[in-house]
Design a protein around this ligand. Structure first.
Ligand SMILES: Nc1ncnc2c1ncn2[C@@H]1O[C@H](COP(=O)(O)OP(=O)(O)O)[C@@H](O)[C@H]1O
Ligand SMILES: [Mg+2]
Length: 682
């Protein structure tokens, strides 16, 4: 396929150079004729569907009958739930080798229909009807491995280049391919999606850093990620929204290419320009959850004309359909008339059995094709391969995140310098006791906040991506989680610098042994709080996690013996400290500083209360029984416990779709009365 592509490009280039020689003006600028010709060539190229033609596929015939999707909703201020019917007995089909566009006004149920077909209906509602793939029930493995679902928002690691992103997914999905085959496969996708020019650019974040590729290119990368598994069918939710019309056209052109070789492509689409509309093979119009039209896109104008709704000349049919199928709720009169119009179309579609005809013709075509199903080899990377690939991705992304890395380092230095300047050279008098306690207190809190909050923040950017990648079966949760654990480790390096600066400048206990214990306590604390951040970010929406994180640390601080003497905590609540990372860290640090070999502090005559020894300080804080080694061990056990919960919380978030088996058959009997009745009571 690459050969085809190159030879085409060469022809174009050759043609252009001849023309240039012939007609360029003295300045070497191409003539108007040249420019026009080149545009015609481009347009031809845009419309050609020869790319990848030698990769014929079987595709998949989707037939859906009387799909009905209902959710329970509560209206504002009301306790009782009402059932909202989002899809009302929608029938139709999607065929291999064609692009089926789902069109309709906002809120008409396009996404819901797409989700239902792709097996991505969110948990909570009820879905009824039948969906078959190739005239048989939907197979879990087939749906997961060979049906790609491209979400509306692009969820990609921003610092990886286009090529790296595609290569990684290819390695994850198709472990049996050799390096060369992976490269060839990525090359093919890059060419098919027209990404050759940006292959080495970072993917980037919309509106953020790094800037990366353009919106349209990012959308195509997003499609590419789902393409690496070499799917038979692609479902895309609004692949063009947010793009300018030229970019949108490139995306739909790419979809058309994907369909042209025999794949089934279904997409919802919003406001296509007429040249895009012209690229659709099949059109499904839906409004208020009701099917208004399904059939050849090019016949739609004629169909509506036969209903006496004639698309005016020079009007984009897509715009016209939007006009006549939208519910106009500006005033009751208009609402009534537009509702009646929609109902008229829906009834016509029903009496003309458009859906049933589409199903029948698709199934007939399927049976006639007798194409052998495309061989597929769902060999995923092994656990260890997944782990290695994900660790590598994590490190690359982290290393290139200059701002992230620099800000963390700078902050760490800043805190270290502030603490050092304030507490520099603590003495062995009563002020020295107070300063040591204060310094350790600050260190514990600083480590807590700078571990938990960045962990939540970093994961905020990653969670969506990972949930999506998991939903398409790219890897196992466990390999991801382990890789996450490992990629978090380098963040401990700035801690070491922080510890060294603070410890020696402040002048805490001057032995190597005590210093390394200090480091061990800090590292253990940082790891526990990172785990806590991950737990929060996994278990709840990021906004809630960011709000709850600091609150949680404050509560742990209360029970950690900092503000409140451990002995003053009510007996019933003392157990809390056994799951309190702040307690383990703080008590260990204080113990490390004041325990062990006796340490003496001088008393000034003016002070009323005098702590003459380290042991007296420990007694005051009720830390006299604390064993540093045990606290560190307990901290690690706590960390493992938190990770256990975090991992499970994360795994639970992936169970967000209805299982395929949840689709219950539709009721028998005539279709009209039920649909009509529901419709009128909306
Ligand atoms: N899980 C749900 N709970 C409540 N309402 C929903 C749910 N899913 C969809 N809806 C509602 O159903 C309607 C159709 O949604 P959707 O399929 O997303 O429409 P479209 O993609 O055409 O804009 C919208 O009004 C939407 O708010
Ligand atoms: Mg939608």
């Amino acid at each position: 396929m690459r050969v085809v592509h190159q030879s085409y490009a060469q022809t174009v280039r050759k043609g252009r150079s001849v023309a240039t020689r012939r007609r360029a003006d003295a300045m070497g600028r191409p003539s108007a004729e040249d420019v026009r010709e080149a545009y015609a060539r481009e347009a031809l190229h845009r419309a050609s569907t020869t790319l990848g033609a030698n990769h014929a596929r079987a595709g998949a015939t989707f037939a859906f009958e009387r799909l009905r999707y209902e959710v329970e909703t509560t209206r504002d201020g009301e306790k009782a739930t009402t059932t909202k019917t989002i899809l009302r007995d929608v029938t139709g089909s999607a065929r291999p080798g064609e692009v089926l566009a789902l069109m309709g006004p906002t809120g008409s149920g396009k996404t819901s229909l797409l989700n239902a077909l792709a097996g991505r209906t969110p948990l909570g509602g009820t879905l009824r009807g039948t969906i078959t793939v190739d005239d048989a029930g939907r197979d879990e493995t087939f749906m997961r491995e060979k049906v790609a679902y491209v979400m509306q928002e692009e969820l990609l690691f921003p610092f990886l280049s286009v090529e790296e992103t595609l290569t990684l997914h290819c390695r994850l999905r198709r472990a049996r391919l050799s390096e060369a085959e992976v490269a060839a496969s990525v090359e093919e996708i890059v060419a098919e999606l027209g990404l050759a020019k940006v292959r080495a650019s970072p993917v980037g974040r919309p509106g953020g850093l790094p800037r990366g590729v353009s919106g349209g290119e990012r959308k195509r990368v997003n499609i590419g990620v789902e393409m690496v598994g070499d799917p038979e069918a692609l479902f895309l939710d609004e692949p063009t929204s947010g793009l300018d019309s030229f970019q949108a056209q490139r995306v739909v052109y790419a979809l058309r290419q994907l369909a042209a070789v025999g794949r089934t492509v279904v997409c919802t689409i919003h406001q296509p320009r007429s040249s895009i509309y012209g690229m659709f093979d099949q059109l499904l119009l839906i409004s208020e959850g009701r099917l208004l039209y399904i059939g050849e896109a090019k016949d739609a104008v004629g169909y509506f004309a036969s209903l006496r709704f004639e698309c005016p000349n020079l009007t984009n049919p897509a715009d016209y359909f939007m006009d006549i199928t939208s519910l106009d709720a500006r005033n009751p009169e208009r609402e009534k008339s537009s509702r009646e119009r929609i109902e008229f179309f829906a009834t016509e579609a029903m009496t003309r059995r458009l859906g049933e005809k589409a199903v029948a013709s698709a199934l007939e075509q399927h049976r006639a094709r007798s194409a052998a199903p495309t061989e597929y080899d769902p060999t995923h990377a092994s656990w260890i391969q997944q782990f290695v690939l994900l660790v590598r991705r994590g490190f690359i992304n982290q290393r290139r995140d200059f701002i992230g890395v620099r800000v963390t380092l700078a902050l760490e230095m800043m805190y270290a310098l502030i603490v050092s300047a304030l507490f520099r050279g603590v003495g062995h008098d009563q002020k020295g006791v107070q300063d040591r306690i204060g310094c350790l207190f600050f260190v514990v809190l600083n480590v807590a906040y700078t571990s938990a909050l960045p962990a939540i923040n970093v994961f905020a950017g990653e969670k969506g991506i990972v949930v999506r990648e998991r939903a398409s079966g790219a890897y196992k949760w466990s390999s991801y989680y382990m890789s996450k654990y490992v990629t978090e480790l380098p963040r401990l390096i700035p801690r070491l610098i922080f510890c060294a600066l603070v410890y020696w400048i402040v002048g805490l206990r001057k032995t190597q042994y005590n210093f390394w214990i200090f480091v061990a306590i800090i590292i253990a604390e940082a790891m526990s709080l990172t785990a806590l951040g991950l737990l929060m970010a996994s278990a709840m929406p990021i906004g809630a996690a960011l709000a709850l994180g600091p609150a949680c640390i404050t509560i742990f601080t209360l029970f950690g013996g900092i503000y409140l003497n451990i002995d003053s905590i009510p007996a019933g609540a003392r157990w809390i400290r056994f799951m309190d990372p702040i307690f383990y860290a703080y008590s260990a640090l204080v113990s490390n500083e004041f325990g062990g070999d006796p340490i003496a502090f001088s008393c000034e005559s003016s002070t009323t209360r005098c702590l003459e020894t380290g042991a007296a300080v420990l007694e005051l804080y009720a830390f006299e029984d604390v064993k540093v080694g045990i606290q560190i061990m307990a901290q690690y056990l706590l960390q493992i416990g938190i990770h256990f919960f975090a991992f499970n919380a994360l795994r639970r978030t992936s169970k967000q779709y209805m299982p395929l088996s949840a689709l219950t058959g539709n009721r028998d009997g005539d279709d009209d009365p039920v649909a009509k009745k529901d419709f009128q009571t909306v």
